[in-house]
Design a protein around this ligand. Sequence first.
Ligand code: GMT
Length: 375
Amino acid sequence: MKIGIVCYPTFGGSGVVATELGKALADEGHQVHFITYSQPARLDFFSENLFYHEVSVRDYPLFDYAPYESALASKLVDVVRFEQLDILHVHYAIPHASAAFMAKQILESYGINIPFVTTLHGTDITLVGKDPTYKPVVTFSINKSDGVTTVSQDLKEDTLKHFDITREIKVIPNFIDFSRFSLKPKDHFKKAIAPNNERILIHTSNFRKVKRTDDVIRMFQKIQEKIPSKLLMVGDGPERAYNEQLCRDMGVCDHVRFLGKQDAIEEILSVSDLFLMPSETESFGLAALEAMACKVPIITSNAGGLPELNVDGYCGYMSNVGDIDDMASKAISILQSDEVLNRFKENAFIRAKDFDLKKILPDYISYYNQVIENQ
Ligand code: GMT
């Protein structure tokens, strides 16, 4: 197949899923064309089956806001025509699905009928999409997609509940590539972070409010009182400066390291003992799955699609959003003995195997085939 992929080319979950999916499809022999405004973060190598087409947005003095959606639709028309693509797969509803619909309409005038699949990732529905500023466009473009997938059952239900959806939605969960995410021998790194054999806790995110990063720090303080430990805060975003101040105010800053954005996240996860994700909303929780693949158990909220990933009491624990006391006491119960911790670590790995890329990729390929056949 010749597949066009549209995504936000950033470190965010939807961009990561889109890029990893494209890479896996290319490895299977499909030709994959990324159509984005900059080179996707994890697409920094050569493959004969991977192509990158940059959407450039002209900035004229007349525009207060450069019309990215029009530039994207025009680029899609261009790439579909000249590369003779079979299908488009757009990740994140806004503005990718509406741009794909516009491109599809234009292409019909050239006698080309190209189907497009929209994958909903979470905030495009749970936060941004429900905003009346975008809702009519989101609803319309989901209904006009030739195929729609969500990354969890919960996100599917949320979409059906809040939007007037007239078409089928297929659930295809996030996946993990074990050739990258696995336990790496990084003992020297562990010693540097935790010289007295402290437990290492980790949080990775884009530090948006929805991630409740202050809960991570408050939880850590409670854990630290009982179990000598260190906290790694990986990533960057709007809450980071406030969180750094909070660590000082709470007297835990000597035990917390803010590492900023990191490429080799699997190496940092490899030295970690427990992953913390107290999110307000989380459609799937890809970052938690990455941790589990590296044998790190997880403490999460029970928001959104997290119960579809976290098996309570097996590979981690779940608590109500904001219940820091419960999260901290469950974390302590995992961390207090090597025996319990090692059991949870093994279970996290076993659970992650359910989301192996090798198991999920065929779902996308057969869905593409089904959508193309239904044209
Ligand atoms: O979590 C983020 O802030 C990034 C966000 C995105 O839109 O890129 O991630 C969403 O998509 C991921 C991949 O499907 C999911 O694993 C995340 O759970 C989801 N984030 C939220 O729902 C908050």
